[in-house]
Design a protein around this ligand. Structure first.
Ligand code: UDX
Length: 436
């Protein structure tokens, strides 16, 4: 099957490449000439494990192409996916659909025959209807239909998530769209991925509901962690204790510095705007957003408190800047309010991230960058683990302690145990693990 993919960001590039790897012929289109030239030369615009090799092998086999020319990508295509960004709109936090509608406008002028236009970008409920109306208004040919097929992949595990999804969700209003999407995803049936067909509006809203629910789980466990600290309980054991109940599930119960990234913060806000517009309160999601915002800001206070209430002149080694491991993405990363808060309290920050430095540098002022975790610990009063990169999981704590001026190890991801830190002569502060 021939497929056009509009947008070579996270979702577009990973989805397009994986669909090509299934044997479809995919042409990815982007307006950004530099990005397309880079991709043609096998230079990835994002850092995602395994992506470069997969792009290269599919380009070599002639199944994956890149172009800035949408009309070329549309030649013979039976489906065209829209996978452009839907960032938070400045001012009101709603999803900014300008890229989506710019793509649809351009498409409308080029369509020659029947095909399915599929939104893969996360779009507010009703967007598919608006796209269908716009196409009609622009005189799109008969047989063009609009479907919703939200993507649930996680950064850092994007290829595995695309190829082994928990489910494939398709929102469509006609049989032809359903049949084409079933054919596109047929290779996944071998992986026993359930395919769920719903109305277009339901699919659009389901994506927001999924992200909001996961964000809720995280905020719930984060508040439990605070309670654990106050009453002398351990949130890791508590999470296991509740997570083994199948009705609850073990995933997304890791307490930490608050969620960040390109999806949860923006999608929860957009869901709240949809709720406002519909006159239906979403008190749970609204509280989750508030709890998470406060939590991210409170992380700097936590470090200052561990330092005895005064961070002036203190040198803090920050390990991990990106919002999670295996990505260079800094969007809404908890490291941002943490570092800003520490600097405002008079501390000096030296940071190390395995891949995120380039993306991080424009966001911070006066941060010194080390080239290793050990380098960030050199002369530090406290080392703060913010992102659980694998290479931080087996640090030699004796070596770390010997390099430091102070003794504080503040582990915002609970990847160490108090005992091992004690043995190395470090004072350990985890998240939700008894009284610090
Ligand atoms: C998320 C969804 O998981 C994915 O389905 C959707 O398509 C896009 O948004 P992503 O943002 O890439 O994916 O990362 P994810 O692994 O979900 O983590 C999001 C944030 O939650 C990170 O900041 C992470 O550190 C935090 N998190 C996650 C926790 O604090 N605790 C957890 O238990 C899980």
């Amino acid at each position: 099957m021939r497929i056009a993919m509009i947008g070579t960001g996270y979702v577009g590039l990973v989805s397009g490449t994986c669909l090509a790897d299934f044997g479809h012929h995919v042409t990815c289109v982007d307006k950004d000439q530099g990005k397309i030239e880079g991709l043609l030369a096998s230079r990835m615009p994002i850092w995602e494990p395994g992506l470069e090799a997969l792009v290269k092998s599919n380009v070599d086999r002639g199944r994956l192409e890149f172009t800035t020319d949408l009309s070329k990508a549309l030649k013979g295509a039976e489906a065209v996916f829209i996978a452009v960004g839907t960032p938070s709109r400045r001012g009101d936090g709603h999803a900014d659909l300008s890229y989506v509608f710019a793509a649809v406008e351009e498409l409308a002028g080029l369509l020659e025959g029947p095909l399915v236009i599929v939104t893969k970008s996360t779009v507010p409920v009703g967007t598919g209807d608006k796209i269908a109306d716009l196409l009609k208004e622009k005189g799109a040919p008969e047989g063009v239909s609009v479907a919703s097929n939200p993507e649930f992949l996680r950064e850092g595990a994007a290829i595995a998530d695309f190829k082994h999804p928990d489910r494939i969700l398709v929102g469509a209003e006609d049989d032809k769209a359903r049949a084409i999407l079933a054919e596109i995803y047929r290779p996944l049936f071998l992986n026993r991925a359930p395919m769920l067909f719903t109305s277009r509006r339901t699919a659009e809203l389901t994506k927001y509901a999924a992200n909001a629910f996961l964000a809720t789980k995280i905020s719930f466990i984060n508040e439990m962690a605070d309670l654990c600290e106050a009453v002398g309980a351990d949130v890791q054991d508590l999470a296991r204790g509740i997570g083994l109940d199948n009705r609850i599930g073990a995933k997304f119960l890791h307490a930490g510095p608050g969620y960040g990234g390109s999806c949860f913060p923006k999608d929860t806000l957009a869901l709240l705007r949809t709720a406002d517009e519909s006159g239906v309160k979403q008190r749970i999601v609204s509280t989750v957003v508030d709890v998470n915002d406060r939590r991210k800001k409170a992380m700097a206070d936590r470090v200052v408190a561990a330092l005895g209430g005064d961070a002036r002149g203190k040198r803090i080694g920050v390990l991990g800047l990106t919002f999670k491991p295996n990505t260079d993405d800094m969007r809404d990363a908890p490291s941002i309010p943490l570092i800003e808060g520490l600097q405002a309290a008079g501390a000096e920050v030296v940071a190390f991230d395995p891949v995120g430095r380039e993306q991080a540098e424009p966001l911070f002022k006066n941060v010194e960058y080390a080239s290793s975790a050990e380098g960030a610990a050199e002369g530090a009063d406290a080392v703060v683990i913010v992102t659980e990169w694998d290479e931080f999981r087996a640090l030699d704590l004796n070596d770390l302690a010997s390099r430091m001026r102070g003794k504080l190890l503040i582990d915002l991801r609970n990847i160490y145990h108090r005992d091992e830190a004690d043995e190395a002569g470090l004072v350990y502060h985890g998240i939700g693990r008894g009284k610090p």
